[in-house]
Design a protein around this ligand. Structure first.
Ligand SMILES: NC(=O)c1ccc[n+]([C@@H]2O[C@H](COP(=O)([O-])OP(=O)(O)OC[C@H]3O[C@@H](n4cnc5c(N)ncnc54)[C@H](O)[C@@H]3O)[C@@H](O)[C@H]2O)c1
Length: 344
């Protein structure tokens, strides 16, 4: 399959590097409104054609897919535009900002005979795959609770040529750290539980003394699932250090990954402690892409996989909406509505 990158910033650089090092798919074009960014793409891969508008690219290139790596507020238009121009669509997180934007999307994929693929890359990290394998094994027992923590000393900064602090502009990002890292935590929690949350409570605010007051830098959120399972999610851009932590407690076993350390307490009481290479500290997560591209190709070939993927994206968006609502009401428990009819 031959495709194009839409937006050529930080994460697109990671995507391109991965395309150049795999034979699963290839990139033949790049669209970015900024000349400096198009020049950067050409420097890395001179054979690539670059475009300053999406329409120009669609009119001149014959593409099988587009890979959307532009800022969150552009995703909705570009997803629909890609489908309408005969392309499969992969799109970076946050896939869509508002649940109402999912309306009719499944129908559009069907009428165009194309797929959309949310690039939920943490599912493809080797360490989260290992945690999932352990948690879903029969020895682990029933999941009781989870605790995920993502602490950073500041928000990630985008390419200098555009708008490096777009993550703190509500109109572009659609929110602060909840929209950014929270997205990953929510779909991972759902995947571990193999359930969707029934309710959410959340408090949030700004702990850092900086000028970015429209978007939260710190979040404490609890996701409630059936069978009394709950997951606590702590996110902060105001921490003095970087820490990535996943802990899941089962009725028989327990697994904790903190940065590059793993502690797995087995049913018989044996404790396995290991140093691992979590790769959480590479912000572009280059090494995870081969698995993502293979899965995207698999969805193209097995379009019955479309609905679950769209549900995963929609539930992530819905939980974020409910969490913002909860925070506005001082952490009130908000039931997550069932809105899968949105998709059709
Ligand atoms: N999955 C992950 O782990 C991960 C990591 C980083 C970023 N992301 C996501 O990738 C997307 C881009 O983030 P980034 O960090 O690369 O940002 P960035 O600021 O580094 O790059 C953004 C790029 O988009 C271009 N751009 C701006 N407006 C555009 C428009 N209207 N149409 C097309 N291109 C436009 C800019 O010129 C720039 O090249 C965001 O949705 C972000 O959440 C995901």
């Amino acid at each position: 399959m031959q495709g194009a990158l839409v937006g050529f910033g930080t994460i697109a650089g990671g995507h391109l590097d991965a395309y150049l090092n795999t034979e699963v798919m290839d990139i033949k074009a790049v669209f970015d409104p900024l000349a400096e960014r198009r020049k950067k793409a050409k420097l890395i891969a001179p054979r690539i054609n670059t475009y300053s508008t999406l329409d120009d690219m669609f009119s001149r290139e014959k593409l099988d897919f587009i890979d959307i790596c532009s800022p969150p507020n552009t995703h909705h238009n570009y997803i629909r535009s890609g489908l309408s121009n005969n392309c499969h669509v992969m799109c970076e997180k946050p896939f869509l900002l508002f649940s109402e934007q999912y309306k009719g999307l499944l129908a559009l994929t069907k009428s165009e005979n194309k797929v959309v693929f949310p690039s939920h890359n943490y599912k493809f990290s080797p360490i989260l795959r290992l945690i999932r394998e352990i948690v879903h094994s029969e020895h682990f027992g029933q999941i009781i609770s989870g605790h995920f923590r993502t602490f950073r000393s500041g928000h990630a900064v985008g390419v200098p040529e555009w708008n490096p602090h777009w993550r703190r502009d509500l109109n572009i990002s659609g929110g602060g750290i909840l929209r950014d890292h929270g997205t990953h935590s929510i779909y991972i929690a759902c995947e571990m539980c193999r359930q969707i949350p029934t309710a959410v409570s959340c408090i949030m605010g700004n702990l850092k003394a900086d000028q970015y007051k429209d978007t939260e830098d710190t979040v404490l959120m609890t996701l409630y699932f059936d069978h009394n399972i709950h997951f606590i999610i702590n996110l902060s851009w105001a921490a003095g250090y970087r820490n990535t932590y996943y802990s899941i407690m089962g009725s028989n076993e327990n697994i904790i990954v903190e940065n590059d350390n793993l502690i797995y307490t087995k049913k018989e009481g044996e404790i396995i402690r290991k140093s691992i290479s979590s790769e959480f500290d590479d912000p572009s997560h280059k090494s995870w892409f081969k698995g993502i591209f293979c899965d995207f190709k698999d969805v193209v070939e097995h379009q019955n996989r479309q609905l679950p993927l769209l549900k995963e994206a929609l539930i992530t968006t819905l939980v974020i909406e409910c969490a913002y609502l909860s925070a506005k009401q001082g952490g009130k428990l908000i039931n997550v509505p069932s809105m899968f009819e949105q998709l059709t």
